[in-house]
Each structure stands twice: as C-alpha cells, then as structure tokens.
Design a protein around this ligand. Structure first.
Ligand code: BTN
Length: 254
C-alpha cells in the first residue's frame, strides 16, 4: 500500500482470494505474537459471520477485512472500539459523496438501507483485553443480485448509491487512515471525541425508535444519547430513561 498514510495500522496487510472469515485469520494472528495493526483482506469469504450469529454474505465486489489490535484496557472498553470503527467507516463513505449514517449499535446506512456492518470479537484474560479483532464488511460494488430476496428491501451497495463503480483499494486506504485516527483517540482516552463524532453521524440519536431486546422485551421512545459502554439512552413515553445495552433497533417510520 504505497499511498497508505498510517503509522501502524495496515503496515502489514495480508491479501487472500478466499477465506472462511477474515476474523478467523486475524484471531489466529492474535493468538500468535503478531503486533497490532495487521490487516487481513479477502476477495470472498465462504463462512463470514455477522452479529447475533447471523451469516454474512461475502461475494466478490465487497470489501471484507479485519484488523488486529491490542489495546491495553479492560474488556468493558471494547464497545467504544466498535463505536470508533463505525465512525471511521461512516466518514470514509462520506468522502465519496454519499450520506452515510450510523444506526445503533453499528450498522452503516445510506438512505436507510444497510451498506456496511462491523463485528468485533475480543479475547480477554483476567481484566485485560489480550486482543481485539475488528471485522468490517462493506457492500462496495455489489449488485442487488448478490443479496438474498428477503434482504433486498433493506440493503444497498456503495456502487448503487453513488451510481458508479467504486475503487475498492481507495476505500480501504481511506478507512484504515480514519480507523487509525479514531483508535488513537481511544488510546489517548479521548472518549468524548469518539462519542461526539458518533452522535453527530448517527441517525439514531434524536429519533423515535423501537428496540426488541434479547429476552423479548420491547422498548419504545426517543433515543437521546449514547454512553461509553455503548449503551443507548432511551427516553420512554412516560418520561423515564432507560439504558439499552443490546437489541435490534428500528427507526420509527422506516
Ligand atoms: C453485521 O452483522 O452487521 C456485522 C457484519 C460483519 C462482517 C465482516 S466481513 C469481514 C469480517 N469477517 C467476518 O466473518 N465478519 C466480518
């Protein structure tokens, strides 16, 4: 990557034609003595994972990558890394002129359709993170034929939104530069910088939302904030506040 302007993220990049999941390879490096910043990129993945155990379609034309990092912090800080990554993806997509927004916790949308997702997997021992693998999938040059029928209404690709073929190398380069910038804020404990940027880029903050929580509970209200644990703060219709840590969110009216 001759043009990559980073200090340590992507100094080593491993390219593959086909892997099961780039996250698996990054985890393998995590278990070895590989330094932080190594990046795994694949043209296709045969067994990629999305959040909540869902499979993630990864045909040719998309950008599928994982970054290995070794932050020296307690496991509770891992969600901030995911938020920082969402900010980096969103800012990257905006550089090509599309109005990308973040949907809590970490989907990237364009015109209310998902274009990118993030899967963070961490390994901790005692109260410290050994390593974190941040997996990013961007539907860069995919077409509608690449998606299963049941998803077609809710997904899009960068190419479809920008009405042109997108240079994948360029997208990944800009993303790695943004990622390093926001991961550095994380290391410097400038958490407010990350959270403020997240709030600014998010479609969720200030919107009416419905959240289906893991145990079947449904919460409705206004999303008024996010904290550094990655929890969304909801103001319910009776005026009470609730912190939501996990769930499937829908913006009302979409
Ligand atoms: C989501 O459900 O929104 C998260 C999707 C994450 C997909 C990426 S593609 C690269 C990396 N490897 C995987 O197996 N998953 C992530």
């Amino acid at each position: 990557q001759e043009n990559l302007k980073t200090d340590y993220i992507g100094k080593n990049i491993y390219f593959y034609d086909e892997v099961k999941s780039t996250n698996n390879i990054a985890k393998f490096f995590g278990e070895s003595d590989e330094e932080e910043g190594v990046v795994i990129i694949a043209d296709t993945q045969t067994k990629a994972r999305g959040r909540s155990g869902k499979p993630w379609k990864s045909p040719k034309g998309g950008s599928w990558l994982s970054i290995l990092i070794r932050p020296n912090v307690p496991p509770t800080h891992a969600s901030l890394i995911t938020l920082a990554t969402g900010v980096a993806v969103c800012k990257t997509l905006r550089t090509i002129g599309v109005n990308a927004q973040i949907k809590w916790p970490n989907d990237i949308l364009i015109n209310d359709k998902k274009v990118s997702g993030i899967l963070t997997e961490a390994k901790a021992s005692f109260n410290n993170l050994d390593y974190v693998v941040v997996g990013i999938g961007i539907d860069t040059n995919l077409t509608m034929n690449d998606f299963p029928d049941e998803l077609k209404e809710n997904v899009t690709s960068l190419k479809d939104e920008a009405n042109r073929e997108i240079k994948e190398k360029k997208i990944i380069r800009i993303f790695l530069e943004e990622f390093e910038k926001f991961y550095n804020y994380f290391k410097e404990e400038d958490y407010e910088k990350i959270l403020n940027e997240w709030r600014h880029l998010s479609k969720t903050i200030g919107s009416e939302v419905i959240i289906h929580q893991p145990l079947g509970k449904v919460i409705e209200g206004y999303a008024i904030g996010i904290n550094k644990e990655g929890s969304l703060i909801i103001e319910k219709n009776d005026g009470s506040l609730e912190k939501i840590f996990a769930g499937e969110l829908r913006h009302k009216g979409n």
